[in-house]
Design a protein around this ligand. Sequence first.
Ligand SMILES: [Zn+2]
Ligand SMILES: [Zn+2]
Length: 403
Amino acid sequence: MLIGICGSICAGKHSVQDYLIERHGFEPLDLVPNSAPAVETSALQPLVHKGQSSTTPRQPFASVNDLVDFATQNWQQRCCTTSIHDEATVEALCHRPFFLLLHIDAPLSTRWQRFKTRCTSTSTTPRTLEQFVQANDAHLYNPSTGGLATLASRAQINLLNSTTSLRNLHSALDALNLTDESRLRPTWDHYFMTLASLAARRSNCMRRQVGCVLVRANRVIATGYNGTPRHITNCNAGGCPRCNDGGGRSGVGLSTCLCLHAEENALLEAGRERIVQVGIAEVVFNRSYYMDAETAKIFGEAGVQLRQFSPPKEGLVNLVDEPVANVSKTAKAVYKVMVSQFETNGARDVTETVLTVKLFLEPAPIHEACVELRKLGLIVKTSERLDWYVPVPLGTWRERQEE
Ligand SMILES: [Zn+2]
Ligand SMILES: [Zn+2]
């Protein structure tokens, strides 16, 4: 894979590149230095890769075509480049299946602080803030070159780097898993879920847009979205009075809603084409989709597998120092799960039970959350995997209930 990194002055392009080199064995590829705009090179110390590459540094490529040729012939190798300064370079790379464009930015005041620190460390005379702002505007919005702002819109991932140390940047990047190949080529789940989101955009329901794709053996059988039935005025044209009342009171006038669910529409579509005898084996739903307990129960009784899908992070990702507040929130959520386990398992008679809670978190927050759980009076053990084995004394739970 080839990760192209572009971004504003002092946003952290080279820090991300060094991270990829050091932690994931990427090889840096450069274009000849004069392809970088003057405002950028003037803001940077001489280009030095702090990351340790196992091989001797490769000569810079004379043109983007040379770089593309190399990357094509070595597409299974992990490479990265920060030599992304114009549309032409992005155009040459962006349709290649091994290429991922990453854009990085940071608040102007943060970048100005970094810039001053860099000038101090390289014993260069710093510009004034005004000069720095002007250099930034030229870099981002120069009308003759198109500027960097247009490249940002083409990036698959936009990082907002507000981290205050390299260590925090690295752990935020660890959580992002930049080497995930499914960003280059979506998995089947991701592919069908994207089709479902596209279908949802056709929905005219004033309450909520929902889309659905029926799939058999990785082939699309039908798509559907929610809205009023055929030959009935569209929901957004007033076809369904309930959806248009705007009140959003749940349960009120439920029977008067005319809008079909996306799944029903997809099934009707498939039925009309005589393709399927309806028999859904599995429902994959998005993180944002609300699955209530009643629905889950009905699916369960029908033998329908339920699976939640979480795509790799794309779009704007805010890299911040680890949020401590969320840690105690996590700990509290875990505690709630444990209490409900007690109730459903009827574990009132045992003095101790062991619970496994799987959390998709990075090791550092898990460690913090363990500390929080200990504060709640719970013994916590962490295994090598990200599972928690939590033996809970029942007495503790009872006391907590009474509080
Ligand atoms: Zn509606
Ligand atoms: Zn309705």
